[in-house]
Ligand binder design. Structure first.
Ligand code: DX5
Ligand code: ZN
Length: 223
């Protein structure tokens, strides 16, 4: 388990002022960039050229979350765009091991994402191919939804499997993370926390990042 990381999602920021919006979260660990293609999820956001511009402009590294079909073909472009980590969805990859290896060869950390209805068990024999498992705590597509407490057992099972295999993966949670929910996810074993609306709707984004980080550290799981 690493010290808790807070990765604010820019999904609910003001895209017309994205540079300044990235500056607002300069005290966070990474900027979480939600790439949506209008097919895997019913929403459309950024492509590789926008991610490349954000990577150049951002004061902190980018954590790209690809909610796209055809991850096998398109994920590499986000590594080349300069993201520090690239997370693709297990549901969208035909050959997740091959893709994870290609991404690692391209020099990025690799995450694998699970929609709420996708169990972690299909990953258990291939966990070593990844640096991070993303357990979605809402149905992906939009910011501002409520945290699904029904995902806590999956977070716990994932943490147990990582410990049992003596691996060092992070568990990222994404969706509905705010002061009221972050402790639950931390206690279950998450150590990377995405928060979109909680941070961008706060008057003081920097203070919100600090408060979330302190809550996560106070409730960190010891597994
Ligand atoms: C949802 C995205 C999230 C979203 C989180 O599909 O993956 O990253 O921005 O937003 P909040 O924190 O508002 O639930
Ligand atoms: Zn996301």
């Amino acid at each position: 388990m690493s010290t808790p990381a807070i990765n604010p999602s820019v999904l609910n920021s003001d895209f017309m002022r994205i540079g300044e919006e990235l500056d607002r979260i300069a005290g966070a660990d990474r900027a979480h960039i939600d790439v949506m293609d209008g097919h895997f999820v019913p929403n459309l956001t950024f492509g590789p050229s926008m991610v490349e511009q954000m990577a150049r402009r951002s004061p902190i590294p980018l954590d790209a979350h690809l909610m796209i079909e055809n991850a096998d073909r398109e994920a590499l472009a986000y590594a080349e765009a300069g993201a520090e980590s690239v997370t693709f969805h297990l549901e969208a990859a035909n050959a997740p091991v091959r893709l994870a290896r290609e991404l690692r060869r391209a020099g990025v950390k690799v995450g694998v994402g699970l929609r709420p209805a996708t169990p972690v068990e299909p990953l258990l024999d291939i966990l070593g191919e990844f640096d991070m498992v993303l357990v979605m705590t809402v149905e992906p597509g939009f910011g501002g939804q409520s945290f699904l407490e029904s995902m806590l057992p999956k977070i716990r099972r994932t943490r147990q499997a990582i410990s049992a295999a003596n691996l060092e993966l992070s568990i990222q949670v994404d969706g509905g993370i705010k002061r009221e929910t972050i402790a639950l996810a931390a206690e279950a074993g998450a150590d990377v926390f995405v928060a979109g609306s909680a941070i961008y709707s706060a008057d003081d984004a920097a203070a919100e990042i600090t408060a979330l980080r302190e809550l996560a550290a106070a409730h960190a799981c010891r597994a």
